[in-house]
Design a protein around this ligand. Structure first.
Ligand SMILES: *Cc1c(COP(=O)(O)O)cnc(C)c1O
Length: 438
């Protein structure tokens, strides 16, 4: 296998937690070279706005935000002190948390992309039927006559848990028939919750790549079935990217500066790549050379890292180098990255980080004890991004290479908290008790 950095490759094979500065990263990358652009993000944002009255009507937890599915940012001053102790490092700059763990409707980052793709489908069907116009109040989509139309169509998706939860919930509410193909990583409570909402759940005793191939095959034979393809979907990607528009406004409102002297580092837990990829793409469009996205993956499931390091993208899986793709971070348990996303984001990601699973429980406990914020294990991965970047030689070399080393005291470290709100209390408590850090 040809690799861009032998040491990083050995680290992947040996499951050694590490930072790798992506050699293809170009902080001033010309975004016009990409297939999608700013207009596409605005278009997605406007579609979400059209659906806002529908959400407000149907989902109580979107009433406060008037139907906009968005999360807050939190300043983590207390957690920072404890993280510095835990990691035995000093963190220059400020740490903030993007609270997608509390997103309305499905409590994870998948409430962005996953829901968005189903809206694209529903809008198209409704417009084609002649019963909806673009300038209508979309609240009417909750009426029985629309449910009747949507019930003639089905939606299918494969998931390690959260994507299924998002797609399942929104599809069922609109009236679609919906099937979720779950990999063996999926937590029991996620499957139970879906079944209780009338979703068909198919379980496989295998990983995400297998579940998605089975789902795709089954959907292919049904012309009225829309398959949400997490390995290739533009809609998912754009749904995630809208977060950047809103984050920019949140930063302005809370006085967080991002400019030449105030760099922004964003730490994104990565599975197949759509979520972190879409967010990174949006952020690069809005903050340009002043934002530096870093993707974080479990050592056993570092599929995006491997794909970029080898230049093989989705043509290589972690199993090919002897890893087993088993991790407690179910949201990140993906052995092969998205073909669509991997190529597009290659120049936009400053670095890749891997970590060991047991750290997630310790971080879960720290965040709960200091800030009273509860996340699911996958969603804590971002914290390993910040510490591994700052404490590794590779990380420091990268900071020098992109000429921000002297600006770190002004940096904002934004940790993307990707899931948590839906986790049952008992499960959260069990995870908390698994921490070895006291
Ligand atoms: C899905 C998920 C991610 C990563 O998103 P991908 O699109 O799979 O890369 C991160 N965290 C959580 C909690 C998730 O559910």
């Amino acid at each position: 296998m040809k690799v861009k950095n032998q040491k990083a490759f050995e680290g992947l094979k040996n499951e050694t937690p590490q930072f790798w500065g992506n050699l293809s990263y170009d902080k001033e990358f010309d975004m016009n070279k990409l297939e999608l652009d700013y207009k596409d993000v605005l278009d997605a944002s406007e579609r979400l706005n059209r659906f806002a009255p529908f959400f407000e009507k149907v989902f109580d937890d979107t009433k406060e935000s008037k139907g906009i599915i968005e999360s807050k940012i939190f300043s983590l001053d207390k957690a920072k002190v404890e993280i510095e102790k835990y990691e035995k490092i000093k963190i220059p700059g400020k740490i903030s948390l993007k609270g997608d763990h509390s997103l309305p409707i499905s409590g994870s980052i998948k409430a962005r992309g996953g829901i968005y793709e189903v809206l694209c489908l529903a809008e198209k069907i409704a417009l084609d039927s002649g019963m909806l116009r673009l300038d209508d109040n979309y609240e009417k989509l909750s009426e029985e006559k629309f449910k009747n139309i949507f019930s003639k169509y089905s939606v299918a998706v494969a998931s390690t848990g959260n994507l299924g939860l998002s797609i399942g919930i929104i599809s069922a509410v609109l009236g679609f028939k919906v099937t979720v193909h779950m990999s063996s990583d999926a937590k029991e409570w996620k499957k139970d919750m879906l079944r209780s909402k009338g979703v068909t759940v198919k379980e496989y005793d295998s990983d995400f790549s297998y579940a998605i191939s089975m789902g795709r095959k089954e959907a292919e034979v049904d012309p009225n079935c829309h398959f949400v393809d997490d390995e290739n979907s533009k809609e998912l990607f754009l749904g995630y990217s809208v977060s950047a528009l809103r984050l920019k406004k949140q930063f302005e409102d809370s006085g967080i500066k991002v400019d030449k002297n105030n760099p922004l580092f964003v730490y994104l837990p990565c599975g197949v790549g759509g979520g972190p990829g879409g967010v990174a793409f949006g952020l690069k469009l809005l903050f340009g050379e002043n934002v530096h996205p870093i993707f974080v993956e479990p050592a056993q499931s570092a599929s995006m890292f491997l794909g970029i390091l080898t230049g093989m993208h989705s043509e290589v899986s972690v199993q090919d180098i002897g890893l087993n793709n088993r991790t407690i971070a179910d949201g990140l348990a993906v052995g092969r990255s998205s073909r669509y996303v991997s190529k597009m984001i290659e120049p936009l990601v400053a670095g890749f980080v891997t970590f060991k699973d047991h750290e997630l429980y310790n971080l879960l406990k720290i965040l709960y004890d200091t800030e009273n914020i509860s996340l699911e294990p996958s969603a804590l991965a971002g914290f390993k991004g910040i510490s591994t970047l700052l404490s590794s030689e590779e990380g420091n070399n990268m900071l020098e290479r992109i000429e921000v080393k002297d600006l770190m005291k002004n940096a904002t470290h934004l940790i993307w908290a990707t899931g948590g709100k839906m986790v049952p209390k008992e499960v959260m408590k069990e995870d908390y008790l698994k921490a070895s850090y006291k």
